[in-house]
Design a protein around this ligand. Structure first.
Ligand code: SF4
Length: 295
């Protein structure tokens, strides 16, 4: 989902055995590419976050409820809508107990929960997948650069849903978003490359990648976009990860300010206090032994 970084506790527990090993994840890579300074504050300095945005909470709770819904289908014990809604409400309550939520103007707990419920109702009211192969399966796979060398750390990908449809393996990513996506966005999405690589390595089949966008318009909508990845895309992914790895080792941490990046950034205050990382400014960033945070 758009908001994918905040994981539900039970999901974190399921992921722990592989997630404890040093690895790259899409959320790490994309956070560095979006704003290297935010990556530093979050994953290296490990600054506490004073709040979590309502959009992230909505995305994480809808994600969790959908995962349970799909697990029910996989186990041939399909859940009724009220059950899915109560999972959503419970998850929301657990998350708001853990950290303060920052609501946008005009939003509050009720409006966000109502929106989440409306999205779930719409999705669960549609035809359900016939064959669920896996739900949030952690896949730890090697990354090979264009010289065929494996990067030091593998990639951990946890696709939301893997189904088989008319014999074809389909990996689905759910997004909650205030707008519809464009085809060019999904065709160039690094996340789709991460999933395609991981599923191909694990199942020895090239999957198609489907983005299911739950659009948070007044009348909720569902948009589905499909994309595929070829080997050249997967090598390009490894090259990007390698470049990010080198930039982090070189302590290249700097702000990328934009309305989209900064409006919900929990590190706004330390960012404003940041004085650069040159030796002259006396505030060079000291890195601990480079290690990789969990996704
Ligand atoms: S406020 Fe903006 S520029 Fe600063 S760390 Fe956050 S996202 Fe980056």
């Amino acid at each position: 989902m758009q908001s994918h970084s905040s994981c539900h506790p039970s999901a974190q527990t399921r992921r722990r055995p592989v997630a404890d090993r040093p690895h790259w994840s899409y959320s790490q890579i994309s956070q560095y590419l979006r704003c290297p300074l935010s990556y530093y504050f979050d994953r290296i300095a490990k600054l506490p976050k004073p709040f979590v945005s309502s959009g992230l909470i909505l995305g994480a709770t809808v994600h969790h409820a959908l995962a349970e819904f799909h697990r029910g289908i996989q186990a041939r014990k399909a859940m009724k809508l009220p059950q899915v809604k109560s999972i959503l409400a419970l998850t929301f309550a657990e998350m708001e107990d853990r950290e303060p939520i920052q609501y946008r103007n005009g939003e509050n707990r009720t409006t966000v929960l109502d929106q989440a419920v409306a999205l779930l109702e719409l999705y669960c009211g549609e035809a359900v997948p016939e064959e669920v192969v896996a739900v949030e399966e952690p896949l730890l796979v090697p990354l090979f650069n264009r010289d065929g060398e494996a990067l030091r750390k593998p990639l951990l990908a946890i696709p939301d849903l893997l189904t088989r449809e008319k014999g074809e393996l389909t990996v689905s990513e759910f997004k909650t978003s205030g707008r519809r996506f464009s085809e060019s966005e999904t065709d160039s999405a690094l996340q789709a490359s991460c999933y395609a690589l991981a599923v191909q390595e694990r199942y020895d089949e090239q999957p198609r990648v489907r983005y299911t966008v739950l659009v948070k318009t007044k009348t909720p909508q569902i948009q589905r976009l499909e994309t595929i990845r070829c080997n050249a895309d997967l090598i390009r992914l490894a090259e990007i990860v390698q470049a990010v790895e080198r930039a982090i080792e070189a302590k290249a941490f700097y702000p990328i300010e934009s309305a989209m990046n900064c409006s919900t950034c929990p590190f706004f205050k330390p960012c404003k206090e940041w004085q650069g990382s040159s030796e002259r400014s006396g505030s060079i960033i000291e890195l601990p032994e480079l290690e990789v945070a969990v996704c």
